[in-house]
Every structure is written in C-alpha cells, then in structure tokens.
Design a binder for this molecule. Sequence first.
Ligand code: FAD
Length: 390
Amino acid sequence: MEFELSSIQEAFRGEVREFLARTLTDAFWERHRAEGKGASSPEFSRAAGAAGMLAIAWPPEYGGRGKSYVEQMIYMQEMTLAGAPMEHHRRAVQQVGPAIMLFGSEAQKHELLPRIASGEISIAMGLSEPNAGSDLASASTTAVREGDEWVINGRKRFTSGAHYSDFLWTVVRTDPDAPKHRGISIVIVPLDAPGVTIRPLLDLQGRHHFNEVFLDEVHVPAANVVGDVNRGWYVNAAAMDFERSGIARWAYLRTTLDRALEEARNPRTPTTSSESSRTLLASAAIRAEVAKLLSHRVTALQSSGALPNYEVSVAKLTVTETIQEVASRAVNASGMYGLLAVDGRDGGEESTDLDWGPLYLDAIRHTIGQGAAEIQRNIIATRGLGLPRG
Ligand SMILES: Cc1cc2nc3c(=O)[nH]c(=O)nc-3n(C[C@H](O)[C@H](O)[C@H](O)COP(=O)(O)OP(=O)(O)OC[C@H]3O[C@@H](n4cnc5c(N)ncnc54)[C@H](O)[C@@H]3O)c2cc1C
C-alpha cells in the first residue's frame, strides 16, 4: 500500500514552504537571535497568522483555513523541518483553541479563537504541580467560588513559556470532596492578574523554558471556566489529545538523524566511525521510517473520525527513544568533541561547529514531556493489549 498525498495536499506543502522561505530570512534570524527569545517569536507567529498558516484545520468562522488533519500534519512537518520558532503560538493553536471550540462558551470562542488564529496571543499550560505530574488528577491548586469570581491558590511547575504568555490554561480543584478526577475544572487565568508570580526554572542547559507559577489569591471572572465546572478532567484530556500525530517529533528526529548521517559521511573531526556506528545509524533510519508511518497512521485514524489512542503512544515511544539513541551515538562517535558545549569553545584551532553535546542533553526531554515513556508503555499495555492494570 502506498501513502501518497493528493496534488492539492502537495500544493499546500508548496505553499507552506514558500511562506517559510519568504519569512525565515537571514535578516529575520538575525533579529530573532538578537531578541534572545529562544524558540518563541511573536513576529514569526503573527506573520504565520496573517498568512493563514496557523489554524490550518480550524473552521473559517474561527479564523482557520477549514482544511483537514492531513494538511495540519503537513504544516507541522514543514515548520519543524525548517526549525521555525513556534513556541509563541504552538500550545494555543494545537491544544487550547481546539478544546475551546469543543467545550468553550460562545464568549470564549468569540474572544479568544481569532486572537489565537492570528498569532496574537500566547497561552501556557498550567497542569503539573510539585505533587502532580504523571498523576495529574492529584492536582491541588484550588479555585473557590466567591460571587461572580473564582479565587485561585496554588503552584504550577514546569510551565513552558509562562514568562512570555498572556494566559494560563489552569487545572484547578473546584470540589475537594469529589473523587479526584471529578472535582477538577479548567480556568483561563490572565498571567498579568494580581497574585500571579512567575519564576524561571532553568533546564539542563541553563536555558529558560520552564517556570514555576505561583497563584496567590488570584481572582478571575466565573466566566473564565472552560466547559462545565468539575468536568475539567475531560476538557483537559481533550486538549492534550489534539495534534496527536506527533509529526513534529518525527521531523525533529529526521533532522537529527540527517545531521548524524552527514557527520558520518563527512566527519569534520576525528570520529570513531565504526561498524557499530554504521549499524546503529542504519537501524535508526529504519525506525525513523517506521515512526513516520506510525504518525501517518494516527493522522489517517483522525481523518476517518476515529479517536486514536494507544497508537499515539506507540508512535511517540518509537520517535523519542530513537532521537535519544541517535544523539547518544553521535556524542560517542565524536569523542571528546561530543563533550563540548557550544558556548564553551574559545574559537581557537580546535573549535568546530558541532553541537552534539547540547543536542544530546536536549534529547532527554522528549521521553518525559506530554506523558513519560513509562506512562506510554502503561497505555499500550492496558488499552492496546488489554492487559490488567498493575
Ligand atoms: C519539555 C517539557 C515541557 C513541559 N511543559 C509543561 C507545561 O508546559 N506545562 C505543564 O504543566 N507541565 C509541563 N511539563 C511537565 C510534564 O508534564 C511532567 O514532567 C510529566 O507529566 C511527568 O511528571 P513529573 O515530572 O512530575 O514526573 P513523575 O510523574 O513524578 O514521574 C517520575 C517518574 O516516575 C514514572 N512514573 C510515574 N507514574 C508511573 C506509573 N504509574 N507507572 C510507571 N512509571 C511511573 C514516570 O514515568 C517518571 O519516569 C513539561 C515537561 C517537559 C519535559
């Protein structure tokens, strides 16, 4: 069986590539680097929004293009392959917007969706807490109703991009007496509200991507709850389920693997090119192909109206563990050069353009974020294979 895109879908790929070539110019990257905002660029997000390149699969009435999941997958693939800085809009477009379309009030749809589709606003995900990560239902941030408002108290952790976001999609406990999955609601909290404090959490490489968000007597309008009060577990699960193909992760694997292959073909440093290195790269290339098909399978299920489930976990595990394997192999093959940090070189004779060390460290996050590897294996075991829970 061949998986081929239609000529219309290929034309759309051409449109995305053309937009990227026109937008990600040398001058753009120079400005972006000078701003020091990492993978977030409001300038890029707004340009993508203006060109209709963000809300690909959303209905036009909410500012979208009304296209299918396949076009959405193409867009994610091309954006990731080009290294486009998507963090400013990514969570709002992929997760929050679609969940608001399903569960939000008319006022929320009217107020937020066009601003998301245009790349104007950024929304961070306030899920994890010190005692609630994989077991999110243990979240203990509270929201108590006082008149027309909710008063929120608690602490969120590992909140990507909260420091440049406008709103926080916040998992709160609204009924402390209900069974843990039942007393949860989703509230949209403006991050400039009094009582919100955002503190950086630096990652392994000293980069500021995560934050702790402290919510101390934060008052938000009652109308900011998304969906029904105490039914937030299901609203949040739906938000996490959107953009499930994982094609962006696959594109990241593909670019990492291509770099490793290029390095193995034309080593810029004395590397330990060996039989085992070749074997590993060959098997990683096979797994990358398998992973692409697994991602396409998820998109095909979505397109047919089915709700992919353990299939997403299979694709995620395959991609993320292969990324780590390739990065690990490349560091080892580079010998001492693999241990250099980009900023740690003095520019002397020995310096190279290799940055496998940082890439190796970066690879770690992939098997933790959006559901750790052990949790994915639990899903495959129980929902995919019908095994009893442990
Ligand atoms: C790149 C990245 C971005 C992130 N961005 C955000 C964000 O924007 N917002 C947000 O809220 N959070 C974010 N997170 C946090 C992420 O959601 C959590 O790290 C993740 O859910 C795991 O939770 P934890 O770190 O508390 O680990 P824990 O849940 O404490 O798990 C620790 C270890 O125990 C294992 N484990 C836990 N339960 C089980 C079980 N039942 N069976 C087997 N093994 C188990 C886990 O797999 C893991 O290896 C991000 C994380 C990463 C890596």
